[in-house]
Design a protein around this ligand. Sequence first.
Ligand code: SF4
Length: 432
Amino acid sequence: MQTEKQNLRLEGIYPQRQQEFFMQRVKLPAGIISAEQALKVAEVAEQYARGLVHLTTRGSIELHWLKEEDLVTVARQLATVGLINRGACGGAVRGVICGSLSSAAAPALEALVRKIHRHFSGNPRFEKLPKKFKIGVEADTASRRHLIQDIGLIPAPSSDGRARYDVWVAGGLGREPIPGFLLAEAVLEDSLLPLIETILRLYEANTPAGKRLKHLVRTTGQDEFRRRILEDPAAAVELPTVPSLTTSMVPAAVSDAHRLEVGIFAGELKAEGLAALAQIAKDHCGGVLMVTGDQNVVLHVAGDQDPSGAAGALRAAGFPGDQPKERVIFRVCPGNHECIMGLAPTRDIAEELVKQMGPKAQQLSWAISGCPNSCAQPQLSEAGIIASRMVNDPAGRTPRFDLFRRGEAPFSELVEQGLTQFALGEAIKALG
Ligand code: SF4
């Protein structure tokens, strides 16, 4: 096995903060995983990853604490159930997200996600990009997730019955958060792959290594970027539409009661918990689980079943759904528990903060990132926290936190800076 860093990254593998261990990211289109696949992931996690899985804010699953000598075995075992993780890390098209699988538009969105995933995953033309490339498909703009993608696709009205999408580009968070802008309206779905390819070619040819698409757009300007893309004849090619037998796996949620969201605090789930959810999905929910951008698991109870059966099975499996840790929406990145970049123990801090929250604070959506890279997307939450720097104080070297609140701007705005963990807790108590 080639163990050069870049090759490992393309396979979805990153070194962990604890240098003798690795993380394997499992790439799930739209966060969808079958019960059989989830059972295999649980089995692998039990054997090689300390019995834990981590659900990410892009609807992927990460296995931490892998030893180098187990990486090939883990990849092979995942491949036996079709989980190929090419491009889950590194300069490639990452897992395509979709946070709208409970909407009426879900089957069409899921089919589009799968089409994009199939086309770009493992395609050598697009595996040497300057940096990661993120694509998201959403039913509408409400979640603002389209603003943080390199390419965000939103269904557009169509007068000719053909599927069309608005194309948002060049968004991103990290140290320089920039909301995406509308590149083109009502693009035919049949032209999306050529358009995305054109954007990728321009990005690769004109962007220094380590920089995202937003860097290229900042350099060229939005108008010039748009001109270069839309005047390229390759971007307007219409591909033939070939109907598929299996466009979507996710059963429709026929009522709100048929949609069960299982709160997984900080996205940390025991392998046995994942196996239990997989079994419930098999028995009641069409054999499908969805990992959400809030690091939870959603199950759609099959239309011909009474949802109380699945709800009872969840309670019996240890997911009562009534604890603050399960109810509060709190996206949490791995922080310095496992991530090299992490400045703070995000999960521990999030757990403390939930205990300090009053009823009003519990109603808000929260996120905490262990460094300014912002993987937990705090700028998309009603209340977001970033561990921004380390400071030497009498207690030793301790992190400081910045607090963001949602306002009128596309991203939540900085309201308090440089808080100690104690001061952060006090600020949260003050929310009521
Ligand atoms: S935000 Fe920072 S600490 Fe958290 S996962 Fe991303 S890089 Fe790591």
